[in-house]
Design a binder for this molecule. Structure first.
Ligand SMILES: Nc1ncnc2c1ncn2[C@@H]1O[C@H](COP(=O)(O)OP(=O)(O)OP(=O)(O)O)[C@@H](O)[C@H]1O
Ligand SMILES: O=P(O)(O)OC[C@H]1O[C@H](OP(=O)(O)OP(=O)(O)O)[C@H](O)[C@@H]1O
Ligand SMILES: [Mg+2]
Length: 406
């Protein structure tokens, strides 16, 4: 398997190469010409790469030996792109308001977290800066974390499902010509077209995950090229056989006559809250800050999927009403229904003919729950959104402490 090098290693100096010799072409059209010279170049580059890899592995940096002293905890948020607004909106929904004076200012404050400052960075730089110790926390897609974090143990996922930025990293091939009947990675790998001389050409921005995935799947005759965007054009341009890129709605693939294949998904991704292990264990205040952010996130995200349902139900006692409610599978709520007497005044006398029941219902199960409530005599059903659900302790906090071995 030959692996072309990430663009950020192109400038790697080598005395045997003329300055004009391209070591790695971001243009896929030159990506699989492996003459002798090319192979020699690659070997030279490989040894050169080994020496820089300790500091620049696909742009990621190793964790610093010591944590640099500073007063503030630093939270990295995406400066632009599709993750930027959603990150700020999520914090806002958790009552953490990011105060940015203007959109071109890359530092901001969160008044509710006075010991924390926000730094806006490109997602890949958030990962790099977590590794270099210049940020302590950050929100990024799991795809970016895997690509630029490269399983570095200093990176800890604090919350892996922030409920935005959903997409998956997947292989896509043309849906025409020789690929018409190819529907799985296995079938793609077994096509007679690929050989050492003419490997399968993959265009991808994921120069770490791509080769790793192919190797794990035993695909030998494969070569990679990279570009910064519009990868979906490369098969039709004749410069790649397939692509490995992010997919969310699937529109870009469809519009470019490409299809996904079985076994071709490298990873599922959504936004995550990530921290530097070193910062959490060594920086004063970092663990408290992460605890507060995590509590707010979990309370909001848990509530986000639920409705509060209130209904009245005729009955002789709270116990009898509870038995009827609990006979229905979708009406058990978070811990069970809350049932309270409804006091009515009739002919000058106060009596209890009805009970009010309050339950939390998953949004997806709402209509089913309303039907079940009606079936056991519920009436006057009121539905309202839930804002926060604070549990006794956030489950992810315990997981984090275990990861940190605290
Ligand atoms: N359809 C999608 N395509 C790409 N990324 C997506 C998609 N849906 C969600 N994402 C998430 O958004 C993140 C950032 O994507 P975005 O394209 O905004 O920035 P970028 O790719 O880092 O920047 P640029 O495209 O300008 O180089 C991705 O890493 C991924 O986690
Ligand atoms: O499945 P879809 O909803 O169609 O989204 C997938 C496309 O979105 C991303 O590109 P982006 O918009 O970031 O443009 P880029 O290629 O310039 O990065 C990604 O690289 C795909 O091309
Ligand atoms: Mg993009």
């Amino acid at each position: 398997m030959s692996i072309l090098l990430p663009a950020n290693l192109q400038q790697c100096p080598s005395p045997s190469l003329s300055p004009s010799t391209p070591l790695f072409s971001p243009c896929p059209s030159t990506a699989f010409s492996f003459g002798r010279t090319r192979l020699r170049c690659l070997r030279l580059v490989t040894s050169c790469v080994a020496s820089v890899q300790s500091t620049v592995a696909n742009g990621s940096a190793p964790a610093p030996a010591v944590v640099v002293e500073r007063e503030q905890i630093r939270l990295g948020l995406p400066s632009k792109g599709r993750m930027a607004a959603d990150s700020i909106d999520l914090l806002k929904d958790c009552q953490l308001f990011v105060k940015q004076v203007n959109p071109r200012q890359y530092v901001a404050q969160i008044p509710q977290l006075p010991n924390t400052e926000v730094w806006f960075q490109r997602p890949k730089d958030i990962v790099r800066k977590l590794l270099s110790g210049d940020l302590d926390l950050g929100t990024v897609g799991l795809d970016t974390l895997s690509e630029y974090g490269q399983e570095n143990e200093d990176l800890i996922i604090v919350h892996e499902a922030l409920n935005f930025g959903d997409c998956h990293l997947s292989i896509a091939i043309p849906n025409y010509g020789i690929y018409e009947n190819i529907n799985s990675l296995k079938e793609l790998a077994e096509m007679p077209q690929w050989s050492e001389e003419r490997p399968l050409r993959v265009a991808t921005g994921f120069t770490y995950l791509g080769p790793k995935f192919m190797e794990e799947n035993g695909i030998k005759h494969v070569t990679f090229s990279t570009a910064d965007g519009a990868l979906e054009a490369t098969p039709a341009m004749g410069i790649a056989d397939c692509i490995l890129d992010l997919v969310s709605s699937g529109t870009t693939l469809k519009e470019n006559n490409l299809k996904e294949i079985e076994g071709g998904v490298v990873l599922e991704s959504q936004a995550a809250l990530v921290a530097s292990r070193r910062a959490l264990t060594e920086r004063k205040g970092a663990l408290n800050t992460v605890h507060e952010i995590l509590e707010r996130l979990e309370a909001h995200l848990k509530a986000d999927g639920q409705f509060t349902v209130v209904a009245n139900m005729r009955g002789n006692s709270a116990q009898e009403v509870a038995e009827r409610v609990l006979s229905q599978p979708s009406l058990s709520g978070l811990q069970g229904p809350t049932i309270s007497p409804v006091y009515c005044k009739q002919d000058g006398k106060v009596s209890i003919d009805y009970y009010a029941i309050v339950i939390c219902v998953p949004k997806k199960a709402l209509y089913e729950s309303v039907k079940q409530l009606r079936a056991v005599g519920g009436s006057g059903v009121l539905i309202s959104p839930l804002t926060y659900i604070f549990d006794e302790e956030t489950p992810r906090w315990g997981q984090l402490l275990r990861k940190l071995k605290i």
